[in-house]
Write a protein that binds this ligand. Structure first.
Ligand SMILES: [Zn+2]
Length: 471
């Protein structure tokens, strides 16, 4: 089983029971809960995503946990999107413990860079965590409450699936330039009156994250969600897809004929970009076609990922990163012994999760970090640049190829935030650097290591195989 180990999970039981039953009609419920920290009563709130020691000074717009609950009479699952840099797996496990009536709960993060540090590395100094444990409690409680409220709103519904592509709305800030320009959406319509009762949206970009901004905000994603909710008169749950690489917004799309910025200021820029995302979503909705989403099946397993990054190991040693690391297991039933944070050498692993959700005709990959778009469709540069560290490494199997059907969602930062998931052939920390560059391109220092992508691809393939075997 490679880096994985077998462990029985409730979701496997759910998978088996769901496969044996004829599913009842789909039910869906939506709800959102405010998870903005209270700056008046909290200590300093360190904003995640840019330089460290960036203290929040105000709230431009509130952060939310947005939940969508799906039920088919046998199985009930929740998909939650949180306005956060990246909720970590241990918190997701706490959420699940509080929701025992759900066969599966997926918690994804929108990746705003203007919300509280929930990982640790953006504190007042390199040796001090930026995480306020009280905020983690608030976040956990908010996610749980959003799911419970959505559960109360369950109503019989039909679903439609639509996509629309716009490569002019994305820029890859790292060579080679590869995009996932496809926005994917699922629209839910009430079975009784046909009215839209909620939307799920997956789009693939970083926030515009104005430099040095100290206001809490959902960034362009907040604009896109608010705009869509206003236009469609229905709640929206937004997930970030393959945003590694690094996916951001091209300035040139938002310049006037004289080459001047159309936006008056950074918040106006967020508004313009977010509105363009909402426009793209409406384009996807315009072509959406009915899709069967039942029966609901989930295959999810803890997945051990190699922790090669020395920076992360050092952050563990000084207490800035607190999640456990493990020595390699001796056998499949063993998850490996916990390694003391002070240990810097030797092989180390972190526990994360890769999941495959088979929702009727829809195939959903739950990827625990920021996937490079190359790994979505297999658009690898061939041959790799000889300056890269492993130009002849094996190519990873792309997500779209692993998923056994054309109607897909690729939810990134799902249940964890392990950083960038980089194709091994692009890994480039040693001289000479690829593309003749004088210094390494940005990415690797926020990645677990060069073998993360292969481990995640293998885990996803195993989850798909498991789900297919249970049919
Ligand atoms: Zn990122």
């Amino acid at each position: 089983m490679g880096p994985e180990f077998a462990r029985l999970l409730v979701c496997v039981a759910a998978l088996l029971s769901a496969s044996q039953a004829t599913a009842a009609p789909l039910e869906v419920g939506f709800a959102a809960v405010d998870v903005t920290p209270d700056l008046k009563t909290s200590g300093p709130v360190y904003l995640a995503g840019q330089e460290s020691n960036r203290r929040a000074e105000g709230v431009h717009d509130p952060l939310f946990a947005r939940a969508l609950v799906l039920a088919d009479g046998q199985t009930k699952i929740a998909l939650v999107a949180v306005d956060s840099i990246g909720v970590q797996y241990p918190l997701v496990q706490q959420v699940r413990e509080r929701l025992p009536n759900f066969q599966y709960v997926l918690v994804g993060s929108t990746h705003t860079h203007e919300g509280p540090d929930v990982i640790g590395i953006w504190g007042p100094s390199p040796s001090q965590s930026g995480v306020d444990p009280k905020y983690l409690d608030q976040l956990r409680d908010g996610i749980v409450a959003a799911v419970q409220k959505a559960d109360q709103n369950l109503t019989a519904a039909h679903a439609e699936y639509g996509t629309a592509a716009d490569p002019t709305l994305l820029k890859d800030f790292r060579l080679p330039e590869v995009l996932d320009p496809v926005l994917r959406t699922v629209r839910f319509k009430r079975a009784d009156n046909g009215k839209t009762c909620g939307l799920l949206v997956q789009w693939n970009t970083h926030p515009v994250e104005p430099d040095g901004n100290k206001q809490i905000t959902r960034d362009l994603i907040g604009v896109a969600v608010d705009e869509l909710e206003k236009r469609q008169h229905a709640p929206v749950v937004y997930f970030s897809g393959p945003i590694g690489g690094l996916m951001g917004t091209p300035e040139k799309r938002f310049l006037d004929a004289d080459g001047k910025h159309i936006a008056k200021d950074v918040y106006d820029f967020m508004r313009l970009v977010g509105t363009a995302v909402a426009d793209l979503a409406e384009q996807a909705l315009a072509g959406a076609q009915p899709i069967e989403l039942t029966p609901l099946r989930v295959s999810a397993q803890p997945t051990m990922l190699p922790l090669a990054n020395q920076g992360y190991r050092q952050a563990r040693a000084v207490g800035v990163l607190t999640r456990p690391a493990f020595a390699p297991a001796s056998g499949e039933a063993d998850r490996g012994t916990v390694i003391p944070p002070s240990q810097l050498d030797g092989e180390q692993l972190v526990e994360s999760e890769v999941a495959y959700l088979r929702l009727g005709e829809l195939h959903v990959a739950a990827i625990p970090g920021e996937l490079y778009p190359e790994l979505m469709y297999g658009e690898f540069q061939e041959p790799a640049d000889p300056g890269a560290d492993f130009p002849s490494a094996a190519l990873e199997t792309p997500v779209a190829k692993i998923l056994p059907g054309p109607k897909i969602l690729a939810l990134g930062l799902a249940n964890d935030a392990v950083g960038y998931i980089v194709p091994k052939r692009q890994w480039d920390v040693a001289k000479p650097y690829a593309y003749g560059k004088k210094s390494a391109q940005y990415g690797e220092r926020n990645s677990l290591g060069p073998d993360t992508a292969a481990a995640i691809a293998a885990a996803l393939a195993a989850r798909v195989a498991e789900a297919q075997a249970s049919q």
